[in-house]
Design a protein. Structure first.
Lengths: 267, 390
């Protein structure tokens, strides 16, 4: 039980980011505790948060949460039910009722100093297009996407492009996707093993795996080391876009065309 | 994007939700019958309808699920929107018009407040600008974004692995959270690629919607001192911008993953429950007038001074309870956890108020409001434990 309590406590600590912003909310909470008289506000902004924190840290809550089939990694979202922003901002309004301008300046400065600007995140970059995905992905997908919208192609993509391909075009399949990039999920995929695990790609192994998965295209960076030149192994270099080489496998292309012809005749 | 796309987006993201929100407005207190509340209610009702229509469609249709969904969902929401407009027109005749007090108050607002309001709008404008021009990478998009695109391009709902494109059994873990389906729907109806919609357009609508909800919350909290409302809103806007103290906070989700259901849960569904409870147990501070009026009439202060108006039937609470029950189902569109949290919040708050007021009826009403959510949770458990198989 103590271990579960400590786990929940660590989640709480991680949630606060060890920054003082939530300390501000705590100060505002104390202001409301002392000054707020309206029962609805008192219950919702003063007493309910205390109960939520207590329940959050209570080991049985976490056990019930997981037992209910919910992902234990999302337990921190219970803390979303505490309206910290509302508590802080309303508390500041109550504290500086008679000195609004001073209160606004002081509280704004404190929020800015104690908080962390969301746009400073390393995951936020200038958008290259309205899709908010890299232009490179769009160029590569436009090059390999089938002309007939009913057709589908399968392509092996480098890890840095994997997330975006199927957000741009759902008709492009991949032998593996994001699930292979998250180690703790523990998935296995033969193409991934051949393509990403070794420092030098064994082309024979890679082609055996891609042909089994009917991958028509293999996209790799120019720098990707291979034991043999892909073109020597029968692949055709169809294009080079922004440092990525797009190889087509004629063997798979022929097999897939055969299927498609069969399906068209069936229809 | 051309003009017809823009018109379509305004129609489906603003006009339709607003008109749908007009429908339950007569059930609320006059003070709450504002355009902002109509928009908030509209979204709550839309997501309730989305769940009611979408879940059976997804569960029972292996092929062409999206086409079937469009065929059912569109007439339902258009009828609701038309009903909302109709009710509004009839309501004006009965004295239940929309409350534009906020706009009327603007003329009486002091310059200092006006400046602060403009400052708040600039902060929101900056957030919208950043949402439009900055790309925020998140791995979960490979799931949610692709799932929405599969609906739009392949006409299949939750039966394709979004990471690879292979056919797969029904994804029971996510199948009840239909937020990607709503995005695919808006994208298809307005002719916009769903990834553009999610990353560039939806944040513009949802950021504004969240602030409208906070504005309504602020109106209740600062009822006695409305001059502080601009200050409250500026602080809230700053809190949202500087609240990214970790990757876990709702504020981080708000501006970096606005288009994902989980962000909607943390920044709309959960604050909506708080707002509803503030409204439900708001102490009525209206002054009591000792004028002899005909039965069914009362007086109130308005922009034109003291005016006589028809007395409201009931105390407007029935409507709020109804909206609460809708929130407790609509939340499921964003994530399965959201519905559990909104129901737990409702029950917890209900218990506290019942205890405080020594009224068991409050607990019963809250319990009834959680019935739709409980049905959702039951369905989720049946699906995830393999008891119900589609």
């Amino acid at each position: 039980m103590y271990g579960i309590f400590m786990e929940s406590f660590v989640i709480l600590k991680l949630y606060t980011g060890l920054k003082l912003l939530l300390g501000l909310a705590l100060l505002a909470w104390i202001v409301l505790l002392i000054t707020e008289r309206r029962r609805n506000v008192r219950i919702l902004l003063v007493w309910a948060p205390v109960i939520i924190i207590a329940l959050f840290l209570f080991p049985v809550s976490r056990k019930v949460f997981v037992a209910a089939g919910l992902d234990g990694e999302t337990y921190y979202r219970v803390l979303w039910t505490i309206p910290m922003g509302v508590i802080c901002c309303y508390g500041a309004c109550r504290l500086f009722e008679s000195r609004r301008k001073t209160g606004l300046v002081i509280t704004s400065a404190l929020i800015i100093l104690c908080g962390s600007l969301v746009y400073q995140s390393s995951y936020i970059t200038k958008a290259e297009n309205l899709y908010h995905i890299p232009d490179t992905v769009i160029r590569i997908c436009d090059r390999i996407r089938p002309e007939n919208p009913q057709e589908q192609v399968s392509a092996v993509m480098p890890p840095e492009l994997i997330h975006f391909v199927r957000q741009y075009d759902a008709s492009i399949h991949m032998p593996y996707g994001r699930e292979m990039l998250v180690d703790r999920w523990g998935y296995y995929n033969a193409v991934y093993e051949a393509m990403e695990k070794p420092e030098v790609v064994n082309m024979e192994e890679l082609l055996a795996a891609t042909r089994q998965e009917y991958c028509r295209y293999i996209v790799m960076t120019k720098e990707k080391a291979t034991d043999r030149d892909p073109e020597e192994c029968g692949l055709v270099l169809t294009a080079e876009i922004d440092g990525y080489r797009i190889y087509e496998d004629p063997v798979t292309a022929e097999t897939v065309k055969g299927w498609q012809k069969y399906y068209e005749e069936e229809e | 994007m051309n003009l017809s796309n823009v018109f379509g987006l305004i129609w489906w993201l603003l006009a339709v939700p607003f008109c749908v929100g007009l429908l339950p407005l007569p059930l609320l207190k006059r003070r709450l019958r504002t355009p902002g509340v109509a928009l908030v209610l509209g979204y709550i009702l839309l997501f309730t309808i989305l769940e009611l229509v979408g879940i059976p469609v997804v569960l029972f249709n292996v092929y062409h699920g999206f086409t079937i969904f469009i065929k059912w969902f569109t007439p339902v929401i258009l009828i609701c929107a038309f009903g909302g407009v109709l009710v509004s027109i009839l309501r004006v005749k009965k004295g239940y018009e929309l409350n534009f007090q906020g706009a009327a108050r603007w003329q009486k607002t002091m310059p200092e407040e006006k400046i602060l309001l403009v400052l708040f709008l600039l902060l929101v404008g900056f957030q919208l600008y950043m949402a439009f021009t900055r790309a925020s990478f998140d791995g979960d998009d490979a799931y949610y974004g692709a799932q929405a695109l599969i609906a739009q391009q392949m006409d299949t709902l939750y039966r394709v692995n979004p990471y690879t494109g292979r056919s797969s059994p029904l994804d029971v873990r996510h199948v009840l959270a239909l937020f990607p389906l709503w995005e695919a729907y808006i994208g298809s109806m307005s002719g916009v690629h769903v990834t553009i919609l999610c990353h560039s357009i939806i944040p513009l609508a949802l950021i504004v919607l969240t602030y409208v909800l906070y504005y309504q919350t602020g109106r209740i909290l600062l009822k006695k001192n409305p001059r502080q409302l601009p200050m409250f809103m500026i602080l809230i806007a700053l809190w949202q911008m500087f609240g990214a103290v970790s990757i876990y906070t709702a504020e981080t989700f708000f501006l970096t993953r606005t288009w994902q259901g989980k962000s909607f849960a943390g920044n709309f569904v959960i604050p909506a429950v708080l707002w509803l409870f503030l409204c439900l147990f708001e102490q009525d501070g209206e002054q009591q007038w000792s004028l002899n009026l005909k039965e069914g009439w009362k007086v109130r202060e308005s922009g034109k001074g003291i005016v006589r108006h028809r007395q409201e039937e009931g105390n407007g609470q029935a409507g709020l309870w109804l909206v609460l029950s809708c929130v407790n189902l609509a939340g499921g569109a964003s994530s399965s956890l959201a519905i559990l949290l909104s129901c737990l919040m409702s029950m917890g708050f209900g218990f506290l108020f019942a205890l405080y007021e020594r009224k068991i009826s409050i607990l019963i009403k809250t319990g009834l409001c959680c019935v739709p959510g409980a049905a959702y949770v039951l369905l989720y458990l049946l699906l995830t434990h393999g008891i119900l198989v589609f």
